[in-house]
Design a protein around this ligand. Sequence first.
Ligand SMILES: C[S@@+](CC[C@H](N)C(=O)[O-])C[C@H]1O[C@@H](n2cnc3c(N)ncnc32)[C@H](O)[C@@H]1O
Length: 218
Amino acid sequence: MSVTVLSGKTAKEIQKNEFDEITAKFKKICIDIGTGDGKNIYRKAKNDKETLYIGLDPVRDNMEEIAVKIAKKPEKGGLDNALLVISTAENLPDELCSVADRVTVLFPWGVLLEGIVKPEEKFILAVKKAAKSGAEFEFITTYSANREENMMETRGMPELSIEYFNGEYKEKLKGYGLTINNIELLDNEYVKGFDSKWARRLAFGRKRDFYRITGIIG
Ligand SMILES: C[S@@+](CC[C@H](N)C(=O)[O-])C[C@H]1O[C@@H](n2cnc3c(N)ncnc32)[C@H](O)[C@@H]1O
């Protein structure tokens, strides 16, 4: 078994023993599923050297710019506590199972959004699979009938509200082993604190409601 890591511009296979050697150096591990351009985890990793930040995304090209930066010398922005893994959530490599102290899914779109918000078993179980027992999870999501009517119709998405997340959604997550502790309604100002191109596009666009769902896994 191996995990495919983007190192600079090169995709490298890392074997389990090598992967374990990397993770053993850190107090904590955070896995960000659907990390996009990886800029959100880059900033977190820069400010928290005791945690290994692993960004996971199936689209290698999205992550290439930040992978090149991570691979540089430390004085040029290189980091040894950030790793970019090429994979979908559903096909989580074995090496990433039961390792995370924290799992995040930030501003998902498309199938990942659908999987997290509906919620769909294979996506929520991917979050659970990545986590150690007692790990934290964080989902931040946004869409609305004003802006994304077509997407909501095509994908059969529910309207987002505190009530939605506090009701059947909470029960379903509990059934998969995720306990929601907090549901927050946030605005564009909050999202201005994130660095990815996608987050910045949302934050600096028209006014939106963002829902942040946090809790404990297992
Ligand atoms: C809106 S984008 C980027 C979101 C990113 N977290 C951010 O804050 O910029 C959503 C990402 O989800 C990724 N994605 C799509 N399907 C996925 C899947 N099945 N598993 C994991 N990631 C997926 C896409 O490649 C894309 O980069």
